[in-house]
Design a protein around this ligand. Structure first.
Ligand SMILES: NC(=O)c1ccc[n+]([C@@H]2O[C@H](COP(=O)([O-])OP(=O)(O)OC[C@H]3O[C@@H](n4cnc5c(N)ncnc54)[C@H](O)[C@@H]3O)[C@@H](O)[C@H]2O)c1
Length: 434
């Protein structure tokens, strides 16, 4: 029996515009070259983008080492196991040979994120420098024998790797080098997300869900979204779930309760030290957290900065930034979108602020409390109480995100103010996560 034949032809078709090598690997597979029809360049140039991509992919497949059709010898036992499986989904992951991805990919492949009945194809994007490491990652995935992992493809061209993606987990970003200004990092990474946003716009599934992890993640998500006008604006998320998880853990520890009793914890604003972990609306054991932990000073002076500075505390101990817990929080973010949010609860995500009821300026990627029916979509919760303290903190986060947006206005086709982030601007990056 041949599995994923369609998909693998599709994969070859995804090799559309790439100057890069692409591999498609899987254990126990019988490999054979794809049949090819060579199209002339002139003819393909006139075709619509997708038809051209297909023609170019076929052309490339005729010449390129490493493009395979895979077929599997499936015995009866395997058939039994697979009979209730859903249709394979394509999950693109960038920065795939990086530290976070090294945890995340194996969680995805194991089925613990999308479900034990959800086969996936992993499409891994690396940088030129990390290409060999990417091959190593693919080999490790291959050696892990995950039944639900139907395909692994690797490459360095986002147009190739995002082709047909149902999900794009955008982890890859340039790290902040020694002496690098925050504004330089915003620019450098902004350019990456402009290119990748354009690629998503061209080749990803029209309902692709995007989660941006690479920092500054809210502004990067905004850039990707603005460069992908063919995808729903709502589909672009920035990862602030790690901050929520950190807040939950601190509340549970302080209250002496198990973390599952902590709910309705929102993180507002930016994934930076201006972030606002919301203790006013949080609940512990179904009661307002402030009625359980009766210590206002602790909430404002310990809890809030502790959550915001957690990355720095961790890097001091560990010598590197959070990776495993970040991967866990990406997995949590995905699960929050594909499973219904329990009544009264929420999850935090950086999403487009358009139409929000909290007075946050529109056109920003801003972290809000959200809820989902489990269909991949979400809505911003509209029943959170905001007091003066919370309002003041949220305003500072909003100002910061407006400032970041001004610095990338040229990348999002927006008339914007000048970039006001300079060497003397307070550095609000989450320590260790920039
Ligand atoms: N939002 C959050 O909560 C959160 C938490 C922790 C880290 N982060 C951010 O996540 C990002 C990744 O962290 P990491 O620890 O995995 O870093 P890492 O340096 O270990 O890995 C990053 C990988 O991205 C690759 N890369 C660079 N440019 C790329 C591009 N244009 N396309 C594809 N890949 C590219 C690099 O080659 C590298 O392998 C960083 O920006 C970090 O600040 C975010």
């Amino acid at each position: 029996m041949q599995l994923n034949l369609q998909k693998n032809v599709g994969l070859a078709q995804k090799q559309a515009t790439a100057p890069s090598p692409a591999f498609n690997v899987r254990g126990n597979a019988m490999r054979s070259k794809l049949p090819v029809q060579v199209a002339s360049k002139a003819a393909s140039a006139k075709k619509a983008p997708i038809a051209r991509a297909v023609a170019e992919a076929e052309d490339k497949a005729s010449k390129q080492f490493g493009v395979f059709r895979l077929s599997y010898d499936v015995n009866n036992e395997d058939k039994e196991m697979m009979k209730n499986w859903k249709k394979t989904i394509n999950v693109a992951v960038t920065g795939a040979s990086g530290t976070i991805a090294n945890h995340l990919l194996f969680m995805l492949a194991s089925g613990e994120v999308y479900g034990k009945d959800q086969p996936i194809a992993l499409q891994l994007l690396g940088s030129e420098r990390s290409y060999e490491a990417l091959e190593g990652v693919a080999m490790e995935l291959e050696d892990s024998l995950y039944p639900l992992l139907r395909e692994v493809s690797i490459g360095i061209d986002p147009y190739e790797i995002f082709a047909g993606a149902d999900w794009a987990l955008m982890v890859g970003a340039q790290p902040r080098g020694p002496g690098m200004e925050r504004s330089d990092l915003i620019q450098k990474n902004g350019q990456i997300f402009q290119v990748q946003g354009r690629a998503l716009n061209e080749v990803a599934d029209r309902n692709c869900k995007v989660i941006v992890v690479g920092n500054p993640c809210c502004t990067n998500a905004l850039i990707a979204m603005e460069n992908a006008p063919n995808l729903p604006r709502k589909n672009f998320h920035a990862l602030t779930r790690l901050d929520e998880n950190r807040a939950k853990s601190q509340l549970a520890l302080k209250a002496g309760k198990f973390y599952t009793s902590v709910s309705r914890v929102a993180v507002w604003g930016n994934h930076s030290t201006t972030q606002v972990p919301d203790f006013l609306n949080a609940k512990i054991g179904g009661l307002p957290a402030m009625n359980v932990i009766r210590d206002n000073q602790w909430f404002k002076e310990h809890f809030t900065p502790k959550v915001a500075m957690r990355g720095g505390a961790l890097i001091k101990k560990w010598g590197r930034s959070s990776a495993a817990s970040t991967a866990v929080s990406v997995a949590d973010s995905i699960r929050s979108l594909i499973t219904p949010t329990p009544p009264g609860d929420c999850f935090s995500s950086g999403v487009i602020s358009d139409g929000n009821l909290y007075g946050i300026q529109e056109g920003l990627n801003f972290s809000f409390p959200c809820r989902s029916k489990g269909d991949g979509d979400y809505e911003i919760c509209n029943d959170f109480i905001i007091d003066d303290w919370l309002r003041m903190k949220i305003k500072a986060a909003e100002d910061e995100l407006i400032q970041e947006r001004d610095c990338v206005s040229h990348l999002i086709g927006r008339e914007g103010g000048a970039c006001a982030i300079g060497p003397n601007t307070p550095d609000t990056s989450v320590p260790g996560e920039n």
